[in-house]
Every structure is written in C-alpha cells, then in structure tokens.
Design a protein around this ligand. Sequence first.
Ligand code: NDP
Length: 252
Amino acid sequence: MTQVQDNIRGKVAIVTGASSGLGESTVRHLAARGAKVVLAARRTDRLEKLVAEIRQAGGQAIAVATDVSKRADLEKLAAATVEAFGRIDVLVNNAGVMPLSPIEKLKVDEWDRTIDVNIKGVLYGIAAVLPRMKAQGSGHIVNIASIAGLKVFTPIGTVYSATKYAVRAISEGLRVEVGNSGVRVTIVSPGAVESELKLGSSDPETAASVNAFYDANQIPADSVARAVVYAVVQPAEVDLNQVVLRPVSQEF
Ligand code: NDP
C-alpha cells in the first residue's frame, strides 16, 4: 500500500485546462498527494490564484499561459516544466470545450474550435511531452475523453462526440505505439460532471436542455480527479487503460 501511495509523490504533472472544473480539481488532488504541478490554461489569473494556494499549503506549482490550439504554446509549456522541475512525468490532457447544437444549425466556427481544442490540443500535448518521456523511459499521458466518446451524443453533440471518439482512438493508438517504452496511456471517460463546460452552447434551445440534463445528473468534479489520481498512483508496470464513470442517475 505504501509503495502505491509513494508512486505519486514528487512526480511532475502538467494539467491542461487547470483554470476550472475537472482540471482545477485534478491539480488540487495531485498537489495534495505530493506531485509538483504545472497549471496550463488561458485564464492565468485563476491559475496564479491556485498556484498561490498550493504553495501556501507547502506544495510546488507553477502556472503557464497556454492555448492548447497553438502547438507552440504546448512546446513552451513543456520547456517551462523542464526548466522549473527538471522532468515531465505526467500530462493530463484535460482542456476541452463543448459548444453543442444540431449539425443543421451549421455552427461551423464552433465545430472548428471544438476540433482545435479537443483533438489538436490533445495531439499537440502528446507531441510536446512524448520524446522526453520516451527518453526518460517513463511517463504517463492521461487523456480526458467522455461518455460522448462511447455513444454519439445525438442530436446536439455529434461534433463534440466526434472529437471525443478521436481522443479515444488517439489514446488507444498511442498506447500500442509506445509499447514497452515505459510510457503509460490512460483514457478517462466521464459522464455529467459539474463544471463550466455545460455553459458553452450558444444555441438557446440546446443550452436549456443541456442545463436541465446537468441539473438532474451532475456529480462533483473531484469524482474525475480521484480517477486520475488512481491511474497515476499505480505501480510503474501497471497501466490503467480506461476509466468510465457516470453519475448513478445518468442513463446516456
Ligand atoms: P470547464 O469548462 O470547467 O473547463 C475547461 C477548461 O479547459 C478550462 O480550464 C479552460 O481554461 C480550458 N480550455 C478551454 N479552451 C482552451 C484552450 N484553447 N487552451 C487552453 N485551455 C483551454 O470544463 P470541464 O472541467 O468539465 O472540462 C474538462 C474536460 O473534461 C474537457 O475535455 C471536457 O470535454 C471533459 N469532460 C467534461 C465532462 C463534464 O460533464 N463536465 C464530461 C466528460 C468530459 P481557459 O478558458 O482558462 O483557457
């Protein structure tokens, strides 16, 4: 048991989308278990506040302004992490957006943004850390997918689902490709979790139905944070490949 608990202390963990929701909660949990955390997102005021809290509690943390749709930002994030802490043990690819609407509303700009953040952001994150993790002979990439990556979220979430199916495909392909390199890959697929994500839909009818669905079902963000910690804390030879977690009340 002690060995499992110690497998998180001192690890250097990057969390994207750390300014809110699942990412913020994951950072808190990792820091509480002794990880050195690197907080990435665009709203740096929020990141700095959380960094100050973690330091106040005796932890180690830095904030790095990052737009995951820009590859150069992810490269800078990885470089800043190595400069501060000397290595990268964990990347939680968590940043995501969910502007929902039926396809026939043709919100093409929102499709672009969803793909840029939810798919390209994950790939750019992988690109920024994988060479270093392979060279170290260890590392862990945790990709936050969704229940919507297991079932197509019709009729409002087809594009969002497409991005989350992609996250699962990328994760599974990566897991096989990295083989015996010591790099672990985990997919976490949550159901409805309380965060700001549900507020992202510009289509009024969709926004109303999404809010009602969340009000009826949502569970706290730390449900997911605990799953991420459980994956990270496993002994080096154990790769927890997939976690699927829903509110008990959620059928979808
Ligand atoms: P929130 O909206 O609360 O948080 C999203 C986070 O992503 C914020 O920190 C935001 O930071 C960040 N983000 C958005 N766009 C960018 C960008 N271009 N560059 C960097 N960061 C960005 O949502 P959640 O916490 O719920 O979402 C986290 C992940 O969990 C997402 O991938 C989501 O799809 C997934 N998920 C959530 C579920 C839920 O019900 N809540 C269910 C299943 C999966 P900032 O705006 O400061 O950049």
